[in-house]
Design a protein around this ligand. Structure first.
Ligand SMILES: Nc1nc2c(ncn2[C@@H]2O[C@H](COP(=O)(O)OP(=O)(O)O)[C@@H](O)[C@H]2O)c(=O)[nH]1
Ligand SMILES: [Mg+2]
Length: 269
């Protein structure tokens, strides 16, 4: 994939300040929820409805990697002007690529990312929105019960977090307690230029979005956390390869490859 070459166009370009009779009234920030999807026909309508019910003003962008199911038709049938499904270029398939493209194309003050399978509770979006309104640049949905993922995944996730902490500390960047989090919110005026300027250096396939945002972001990012309980997927199937952690370690240079070997030895994955 080359430099960022634009795409589906923005929705909801809205100014945050209204100037009336010489007074500046600060309006609440506008927000787009970016949702990566692949064959989520069993969840997609419920997710769109859950978000609409809780947050009538939010925009929703499903970044879909050419699903072969009824996802697109189902979203069109909702006929909600603030909800759209973007069908991505097949040659650019990738979970991280979908999310990064969605952030760039959103057009609102804030972006938020959430999975479509209800493993992230939609109520957490409200907590993140509150943090954004308090003035942070980036809010990370942070799992309180990561041990519930099972020992192997917990160990890998803990190891990857330690690896990233060392990397980010060394480069003088901000750290995150849950670096693999797929539930994040941020200011678009901060992150869109970072994404566009570093497009070629971003990881498009696995799930390193948060690491990339911190790695390429400024050292003085104002960060906040929104704690939540990670749920089990009850409908539909996971599309992520069980070896996602190994793949992610392998994307992290020589030391990452060494960590992947250790992880494989300890867990037998
Ligand atoms: N656009 C896009 N979305 C994906 C892809 N793979 C998974 N997803 C979506 O990413 C979210 C998380 O994926 P999931 O399979 O539940 O991963 P898991 O929670 O790690 O098992 C869901 O909303 C999926 O539909 C992909 O290749 N492209
Ligand atoms: Mg899932």
């Amino acid at each position: 994939m080359g430099a960022y070459d634009g795409g589906a166009g923005s929705i909801g370009q809205i100014d945050i300040c209204v100037i009336r009779l010489g007074m500046t009234i600060i309006m609440p920030g506008t927000c787009t929820v970016v949702i990566p999807t692949y064959n989520e026909e069993r969840n997609i309508v419920n997710m769109a409805k859950a978000i609409r019910e809780l947050y009538p003003d939010f925009y929703i962008m499903f970044m879909d990697d050419n699903s072969t199911d009824a996802s697109k038709r189902l979203i069109e049938e909702l006929n909600d002007p603030r909800t759209k499904l973007v069908t991505r270029k097949p040659e650019e398939r990738g979970l991280a690529a979908s999310v990064l493209q969605g952030i760039v194309e959103a057009g609102t003050d804030y972006f938020m990312t959430i999975d479509c399978d209800f493993q992230h509770p939609p109520s957490a979006l409200g907590l993140m929105y509150e943090e954004m309104e308090k003035g942070c640049d980036l809010c990370v949905g942070t799992r309180v019960d990561r041990f519930a993922l099972g020992f192997t995944r917990w160990l890998g996730s803990w190891g990857f977090n330690v690896y990233c902490d060392i990397y980010l500390l060394y480069h003088g960047k901000r750290l995150s307690e849950d670096i693999m989090s797929g539930l994040i919110a941020g200011r678009r005026d901060v992150f869109v230029p970072i994404i566009k300027d570093n497009w070629d250096g971003l990881e498009m396939k696995g799930w390193k979005v948060l690491l990339d945002l911190l790695k390429f972001g400024p050292s003085d990012l104002k960060m906040a956390k929104a704690r939540y309980r990670f749920a089990k997927r009850t409908v539909g199937e996971s599309h992520i390869n069980k070896n996602v952690l190994l793949t992610t370690f392998n994307q992290c240079g020589r030391f990452g490859k060494f960590c992947a070997k250790v992880y494989r030895k300890v867990t037998g994955v």
